[in-house]
Write a protein of this length. Structure first.
Length: 188
């Protein structure tokens, strides 16, 4: 009778381990999804700020149509990107590059740089970019944690049995986004 109790105890312990592992996967998956939603909120805020920034620059730099239309097109593409995390990251990288171009154009117009509305919009955009960067770090940390569990033994057995798969990181391949910002004290 004792071997039977030992076998039942071992099966119960194994079942409990599977349940605990499954619940951890669910918690981690939900945390990844929640952190992605936080990034999405900030990306939406960014997309809403851009038209105001473009309109402000238009008044000062009317002949810079190419740069302005590039920003608008990149914003539209970023808003439309809803497939995978990779597609969203690529669209956001293009938007970041066009925003850098817009801010570079603004540097050539001292009156624009000194304008209160432009400074406020630029500050809000910088704050939003910081929030997006923090959100990306949080999201990628959660993705790393769940991906490690999906690959590590013995949780990989539970992951395979319940179809938990590795998730995508939110990263950019655009070298302009990764390039250091040049600071110059030369007069414009």
């Amino acid at each position: 009778m004792t071997p039977l109790y030992i076998a039942i105890g071992a099966v119960l312990l194994l079942a409990l381990a599977v349940v605990i592992s499954y619940n951890r996967f669910v918690r981690q998956r939900n945390l990844v999804q929640e952190s992605w939603r936080q990034i999405d909120v900030e990306l939406t805020r960014r997309h809403e700020l851009i038209p105001n920034l473009v309109e402000t620059v238009k008044g000062y730099a009317a002949h810079e149509r190419t740069v302005l239309s590039g920003v608008v097109q990149a914003r539209t593409a970023a808003m439309a990107a809803s497939g995978s995390v990779t597609a969203q990251a690529q669209a956001e990288s293009a938007l970041t590059g066009s925003l850098r171009g817009l801010l570079a154009v603004a540097e050539a117009y001292p009156d624009l740089k000194a304008a209160g509305p432009f400074q406020q919009l630029q500050a809000q955009l910088a704050e939003t970019e910081d929030r997006i960067a923090a959100g990306r770090r949080f999201y990628n940390g959660n993705v790393r944690a769940i991906n490690t569990r999906v690959e590590a033994f013995p949780s990989s057995i539970v992951a395979g049995a319940f179809h938990f798969t590795k998730m995508e990181y939110f990263e950019t391949d655009d070298p302009a986004v990764r390039a250091p910002v040049r600071v110059s004290f030369d007069p414009v």
